[in-house]
Design a protein around this ligand. Structure first.
Ligand SMILES: [Zn+2]
Length: 410
């Protein structure tokens, strides 16, 4: 029988420490034991509290691990799928992606190897936790230090596809979290079935929604590019609008199906009305933004300030490499800042950390530097970070200058 290991206390001191949930600390320090953070504070206080433990001086900024709240690792092997032409639309991009997947001859081992390589790249860029959505079970990535929360995604726009999906789900182990793709690709019946399964097992539900205007057209009028796309794929006319369900807005429709609650992550959310934002805010549902993918697909920009005004702190995701060649959360932060110069950099950094932790339900361990949380955090270093004079500059510098090369894991 092995004895429990003795706590190995250590202090990391830096010119700036970013707890995220409390003000940034000049000349701050983080005390850790083997796996947990014990204390965070100004170094003068920490050194009095913990006088006899080793201290490492870090020249840059200490921040919590970043959280990528939306990625599809299984698509990594296919690379970038070129965006629609000027006259195209998102349906053209989806068709191109489906064709590439259907024509590809990669083995499961090759798909898995590319996914693992991408997961490692994410870790190297400072991602400690990610929410991965996929249509195949990639299994565990042993020896890959990033923590991956996986959701198995199903879709089924027609009655036949819905019945097939429900039968397939019945054969899955309950520990495997199942989620749905999007309102345009998943019938009302299948959305309700999957959400009920999630509710029964206390599991997270994530859904692409309001990513582009055609989704709203399909739901409200049964028109737009998705109506034709689905007819081509399934041979059936659109079921929308569905008698007895008001689908004049995407979120209103999902609310009637019982989808919008505190264990749901609404991904993209580019085209939301005030009323829809209020429904999300009142329900406690989470929002995950993917600005790089939105830009790549030219679907529009989110109403970030309105989301914040309603008390919603979104999470951030890269989405897959198919719609985001950079797939780098630092670039997502910088892009969001460029698109929304009036939003504070501190808010944007919070989205990539505590926003993600809350959305994925892992706030106890991730998202901030606080006593009790996991001792996996980042030392951000480089000449750009050496002359930071105040918290405002600090967050601006992190959001605009941070990059994978700035990251050293502690
Ligand atoms: Zn996605």
């Amino acid at each position: 029988m092995s004895l429990p290991s003795k706590p190995l206390l250590h202090t990391y001191r830096a010119p700036w420490v970013v707890p995220v949930v409390s003000p940034a600390l000049p000349d701050g320090a983080v005390v850790v034991d083997n796996k947990s953070i014990i204390a965070v504070g100004e170094y003068s206080d920490i050194s009095r509290q913990y006088p006899d433990i080793p201290v490492s001086f870090c020249s840059g900024i200490l921040v919590p691990a970043l959280i990528n709240s939306h990625i599809h690792l299984e698509l990594s092997i296919y690379g970038v799928v070129h965006p629609p032409t000027q006259t195209g639309n998102m349906c053209d991009w989806i068709k191109a992606l489906l064709q590439i997947r259907e024509n590809a001859v990669f083995s499961p081992g090759e798909i898995r190897a590319a996914a693992k390589k991408m997961a490692r790249k994410q870790y190297d860029s400072g991602i400690g936790l990610m929410l991965d959505i996929g249509n195949i079970d990639l299994g565990m990535f042993h020896s890959c230090p990033v923590e991956i929360h996986s959701l198995y995604e199903m879709l089924g726009p027609s009655e036949d596809a819905t019945q097939a999906a429900i039968a397939a789900i019945a054969d899955l182990p309950v520990e495997l979290s199942v989620t749905a793709h999007a309102p345009y690709s998943t019938s009302a019946k299948l959305l309700e079935f999957i959400k009920n399964r999630c509710r029964k097992h206390g599991q997270l539900f994530s859904l692409h929604l309001a990513e582009n205007l055609d989704e709203g057209l399909l739901l409200s009028k049964g028109t737009g590019c998705f109506a034709q796309f689905l007819k081509d794929r399934t041979g059936s006319d659109s079921p929308f609008p569905i008698p007895g369900i008001d689908s004049s807005t995407v979120v209103g429709y999902l609310q009637q199906l019982g989808i919008i609650d505190s264990k749901t992550i609404c991904v993209h959310c580019v085209h939301l009305s005030d009323e829809e934002i209020k429904i999300i805010a009142d329900s406690g549902a989470h929002v995950c933004l993917c600005p790089g993918s939105n830009k790549f697909l030219s679907v529009g920009t989110v109403r970030l300030q309105t989301l914040l005004d309603h008390g919603i702190l979104p999470a951030l995701g890269t989405d897959s490499i198919a719609s985001n060649p950079n797939i780098d959360l630092w670039q997502e932060m910088a892009l969001l800042q460029e698109e929304h110069p009036g939003v504070s950099s501190e808010n944007i950094f919070s989205m990539a950390t505590i926003g993600g932790a809350r959305a994925i339900g892992r706030e106890i361990e991730y998202g901030s530097l606080e006593a009790g949380k996991t001792a996996r955090f980042l030392h951000i270093q480089g000449v750009e970070f050496e002359d930071v004079a105040n918290p405002e500059q600090l967050f601006e510098c992190l959001v605009m200058n941070g990059q994978p090369d700035s990251v050293k894991w502690l």
